[in-house]
Design a protein around this ligand. Structure first.
Ligand SMILES: [Zn+2]
Length: 119
C-alpha cells in the first residue's frame, strides 16, 4: 500500500522531531550488511532521518583523474544509513537503548531509557 504524499511528509516530519541520535554518539547497527557492529556517528541529517557512521555502509566511489597522466581511482566512502537501522549505545551503562527526553528548567536533556542517566 502506498501512502499519499502529504501523509508521507507528515510521517517524516514526525520522525524529524523524534530524531534523537546526534553527531558523536556511539551506535549499534541492527540491520544491513554491517549488522552487529558498533561505530561512531560522524554526521546527522535530521531532515532525511539519516546518519553517517564511521566505517559503516561503505560504498566504492570512482574518482576521475584530475590532471592528465594521473590515474583515476576507486575510493571507499561511507554512505548515510537510516536512523532506524541503528540503536543508541549508552556511554554510561554500555547498553543498546532508546533515548528519552527530560525537561528541566527549560532545558532539554537526552536520557538513557535503561539507566536513566543524562547522555
Ligand atoms: Zn544507560
Amino acid at each position: 500500500m502506498k501512502l499519499p504524499r502529504w501523509l508521507q511528509n507528515y510521517c517524516r516530519n514526525q520522525r524529524f522531531i523524534n530524531m534523537k541520535i546526534k553527531k558523536g554518539d556511539n551506535v549499534l547497527v541492527i540491520s544491513g550488511k554491517d549488522k552487529g557492529r558498533t561505530a561512531k556517528v560522524m554526521k546527522a541529517f535530521p531532515k532525511e532521518m539519516g546518519i553517517l557512521v564511521e566505517g559503516i555502509n561503505m560504498k566504492s566511489k570512482h574518482v576521475r583523474a584530475k590532471r592528465q597522466g594521473e590515474q583515476g581511482q576507486v575510493v571507499k566512502i561511507s554512505a548515510p544509513i537510516d536512523v532506524s537501522d541503528v540503536k543508541f549505545l549508552c556511554p554510561k551503562c554500555g547498553k543498546a537503548t532508546r533515548l528519552g527526553y527530560k525537561v528541566e528548567e527549560n532545558k532539554k536533556f537526552r536520557i538513557c531509557k535503561k539507566c536513566k542517566s543524562e547522555v
